[in-house]
Design a protein around this ligand. Structure first.
Ligand code: NAD
Length: 522
């Protein structure tokens, strides 16, 4: 691969997907509003999941580069935090418009590197864009509180930025997750270092280019690359005050502990195993259509994918209809017209998913629809797994206990709603859950007694929009869920409160004698 140097010396923009396919280049890093070639001696190769052709090499940023990114963000902070919130809001408005204008370009980069279909990649961008749109409300949500606490005395509260913050992102939403972090962190006055997933950093690079065009000053948003070493640098850098992480439990639990031990704020969204309870009184067609999309869309690589069905009573008989509906889905390259799901991220991921299907077979479950061995004609070398449905699963099986993160739906049978609730609550994850029913009281019983943090009633993927917050719980979020992404909790995460108590008494009202007791207010 050609290094980026030729481009970087002149380029203010990141190449388009067409240009990248025609002429693959190493991924640059982004500091002080410039794309620079990395001086790394280690690179991580990134392959198109549909073809396994080499797309780019992602550098393991050098220590000097990592420090330079932090220094740049540190240097940019004082002026950025002093800028009025209205001025930051204007930049955010421009950023929103630019993301909208570059929507397809962002989506194309996602399809190339991550594999999801172009239509779904547009959804990935939209979900991030909505957070940027919500961030435009900063003058409203940064308002403090004020109370006259005594005669001539008042207390006011301010929300102030923390300083330099960092985001460590997963591969499965290359635009949405960076945009869960960048807009709120920056509009509240912080500067941010973003480490995209080493498996698909392209969307973040485009977002960096657009940030510069929108008017973010140099250093407010920097992008560094790499895997564990870069993460460790972020966790230990004393200048970084807060870390946002989204990804799996292994990395996330480690990141939460190490960053917390270093005195940083951490928000960390982790893995999931999302269940739906299917009641006999539900609208069967609605259930069939909703579940096919929620289980197999994005090849099941969504943290809110509906991966587990709890079939209540006679609904277990519906699984053959579900298999028929799933068979209609087109598995194909993400740029192909009509593709419903693309490949999984890597050959290793495909192998892991297939071995979990095999384990289910060995443990006595029924493979009702088997996606192993599927290959679309035009893409024989991709990482393909077709929609797979495993019936008669029990809670002690490996395919139930592990997050599969592929287009595989596992189905368990119970007799009653209470048993469904008990089963779902026993699962250690608590990201999302859903119930399909036409009964208000049944839905209400489920809503009240279920432990998972995001509940859908006839809604298979109940992800709250940015005016709410992303409220997974239990093992799906580190730290007991105290710090959740976006919405008002997201603003609270990126700000610290300052309270000011002031007294303005006229001189003759001030007592001549010193007071030594704690003041008592009547
Ligand atoms: P991952 O944990 O492998 O990687 C996430 C990030 O952590 C990457 O930037 C990676 O470089 C870094 N990383 C990976 N292993 C590390 C280690 N041992 N030490 C330090 N850093 C490490 O996750 P992924 O495979 O990219 O993403 C899929 C996972 O993310 C799934 O488990 C999914 O459920 C989860 N996810 C959760 C949410 C949510 O909101 N709960 C959203 C999206 C994805």
């Amino acid at each position: 691969l050609r290094p980026m140097s030729a481009l970087a010396s002149t380029a203010t923009s990141y190449p388009t997907t067409h240009e990248r396919i025609a002429k693959p280049e190493d991924t640059p890093w982004f500091v002080d509003n410039e794309f620079l070639p990395s001086k790394a001696d280690k690179f991580i190769e990134l392959y198109d999941p549909a073809t396994n052709n080499l797309v780019t090499r992602v550098p393991q940023s050098t220590d000097a580069e990592l420090q330079a990114a932090v220094d740049s963000a540190q240097k940019a902070f004082p002026a950025w935090r002093s800028m009025s919130v209205l001025a930051r809001q204007q930049i955010m408005f421009k950023y929103v418009n630019l993301i909208r204008e570059n929507w397809d370009r962002l989506a194309a980069s996602i399809t190339l590197e991550q594999g999801k279909t172009f239509v779904d990649a547009r959804g990935d961008v939209l979900r991030g864009l909505q957070v940027a749109e919500a961030a435009c409300g900063a003058p409203e949500f940064l308002k403090g509180e004020i109370l006259e606490v005594a005669k001539d005395m008042e207390t006011r509260s301010y929300k102030e930025p923390l300083g330099v913050v960092a985001a460590i992102c997963p591969f499965n939403f290359p635009a949405m997750i960076p945009l869960w972090c960048i807009p709120i962190a920056t509009v509240t006055g912080n500067t941010i270092i973003v480490k995209p997933s080493e498996r698909d950093p392209g969307a973040t690079m485009i977002l960096a280019e657009l940030a510069k065009k929108a008017g973010f000053p140099p250093g407010v948003i920097n992008v560094i690359h790499g895997a564990h070493r870069t993460v460790d640098f972020i966790l230990d850098a004393p200048e970084i005050k807060a870390v946002s992480f989204v990804g799996g439990n292994k990395a996330g639990e480690y990141i939460y502990s190490r960053a917390s031990a270093n005195g940083k704020r951490v928000q960390a969204n982790l893995g999931a195993k999302n269940h739906a309870a299917v009641m006999p009184d539900c609208n069967k067609n609605q259930f069939l259509n909703a579940v096919s999309g929620a289980a197999f869309g994005a090849a099941g690589q969504r943290c809110m994918a509906l991966s587990t069905l709890v079939m209540v009573g006679e609904t277990k008989e519906w699984l053959s209809d579900l298999a028929e509906s799933a068979k209609q889905l087109h598995v194909n390259g993400g740029f192909e017209e009509g593709a419903d799901l693309g490949p999984v991220i890597s050959p290793q991921s495909k192998e892991r998913i297939e071995s979990l299907i095999k384990s289910a077979e060995e443990e006595g479950a029924t493979i009702l629809l088997d996606g192993r061995g599927f290959k679309p004609e035009k893409y024989p070398n991709g990482n393909w797994v077709g929609p797979t449905i495993i019936a008669n699963v029990t809670a002690d099986m490996k395919c139930y206990k592990e997050e599969i993160f592929g287009p595989v739906l596992v189905c368990l049978n119970v007799d009653t709603l209470d048993e469904a609730i008990e089963l779902i609550n026993k699962n250690e994850y608590g990201n999302g859950t859903a119930i399909f029913t036409r009964s208000g009281p049944t839905a209400e019983t489920f809503r009240r007694n279920i432990e998972a943090g995001q509940v859908g009633i006839n809604v298979p993927i109940p992800v709250p929009l940015p005016m709410f917050s992303f409220t997974g719980n239990k093992k799906s979020i580190a730290g007991g869920g105290a710090n959740t992404f976006y919405g008002q909790p997201g603003v609270n995460f990126y700000t610290q409160q300052k309270t000011v108590t002031a007294m303005w008494s006229s001189a003759d009202a001030i007592s001549k004698k010193a007071d030594v007791a704690m003041p008592t207010h009547n």
